[in-house]
Design a protein around this ligand. Sequence first.
Ligand code: KIV
Ligand code: ZN
Length: 533
Amino acid sequence: MSNDAAGPVAEANRVHIFDTTLRDGEQSPGISLNVQEKVEIAQQLARLNVDVIEAGFPITSPGDSEAVEAIARGVEGPVICGLARTHKADIDAAWGAIKDSPHPRIHTFISTSDIHIEHQLQTTREDVKGQAKAAVALAKSYCEDVEFSPMDATRAEIEFTAEVCAIAVAEGATVINVPDTVGYTTPAEYMEYFRRLYELVPGLDAVRVSVHCHDDLGLAVANSYAGLLAGARQVECAVNGIGERAGNCSLEEIVMLLRTRRDEHGLDTSLNARELARSSRLVSRLTGYGVPPNKAVVGRNAFAHESGIHQDGVLKERSTYEIMDATEVGLDSNSIVLGKHSGRHALKDALEELGFKVEGNALNQAFKRFKAVADKKKQVTALDLEAIVSDEIRESSDAYALTSFEVEDGSDRDPRAQVTVTTPDGESSSAESSGDGPVDAIFSAIQRAAGAECELREYRVGAVTGGDDALGEVTVTLRANGRLSSGQGVATSILEASARAYVRALSNALEGAAIREAEDATAEGAREPTPGP
Ligand code: KIV
Ligand code: ZN
């Protein structure tokens, strides 16, 4: 723990971090992570030292199930959790996917609010009680660690929610989570909810109580904090606060709130906060959800001082205008520097220091890419390496690949691009196109070469580091078959980064379509909607 002055926190005051980036976070519109990307994020979450990774909702698709299984087998340290409705098929699928983890957990949920019971579930309170009982009992027959959530609890009658929670505790649930599913509650109200729940549910103080708050009114972190002050010791959160609609409680914000104001409440986590910035960058890169510059804790400006008075104060004494240290959250991670003469060994060592184990052909590819960048940049930093390597890792699993591109442009001619891509069946396909600008020309040429039908919805350009030789990072969001799909690309040239990002977005769209086809086939059998909670 980086808050050395305070030392390790007593177990009774330790808040468990339940990360749901890969489940609730992945339900954000336009995000479609493939198995490899999910494993990469899970590995980073393990480095961050979260207590629980909710790796997915296995019944929803074979792709999700495969990812949860891969994480359960390959990611060491945290508890690996799979989500399930109260249906037997869901619980069986969740168990099937997590059973190889040394620390598996099944998380089952059913709504307790009358709005959901009447309109969504179209059933009765009695049936909800029966379903909760059967689900926890079945999950418990597979797995010692079982979490139960009364969905939409904060809009439900507390006495009924308490009855359902009491049933879950009696059946052996080890964690009771109280979701503010639609981000409706307020800190004072949520605190009072917990006070009453502890009164009404026998044995609640013997299990772990958890908070799960959505950010529809911008209160997810404040409400989660209120729940922790009221006795909960698990917080469900997501990196960069991604999640359904306005998102979930932001992991980095709640963690740094607990750490920075430990003097006030005595609570803390076991998180390795120095991995926060990197986790944020990785999730942003793979999901296409950018981090606003003013985002608390991990935004580019979170530690930047603009006004002269503030700059003057910080130069004299950092604490005049800073309540945290940028190094504490890993925002200073530019310590590794390689030059153009660095060899394969130096690259391998630097990557290992960054937590990437890259060997064999992957190392050769990464080295080739590193050399190309090092020829154009004076110094290649840790941030550059991280960007190049995650780009390279993803490229190896993309359906389409960019083979080459050329662009002609000038003040006296229309932009024209020529591209060659490798298609999913391994064929090489070339096409040419003009466009309103060079990027537009490249995009339409790629679209032609790939034979894809899609529409560009968003195009964002950023820089991996500062400096005039910085690597460019581009995010492209496309609409294909009625769905959004994003891709990112990194290169010293913005045109190349754009082409890479577009090709990756096409690959992700194709993968998303394949997953949905498989989901439809699964749903044929089940004939019940799998709601996105
Ligand atoms: O928001 C919600 O209620 C959920 C549950 C599955 C915990 O995500
Ligand atoms: Zn949720």
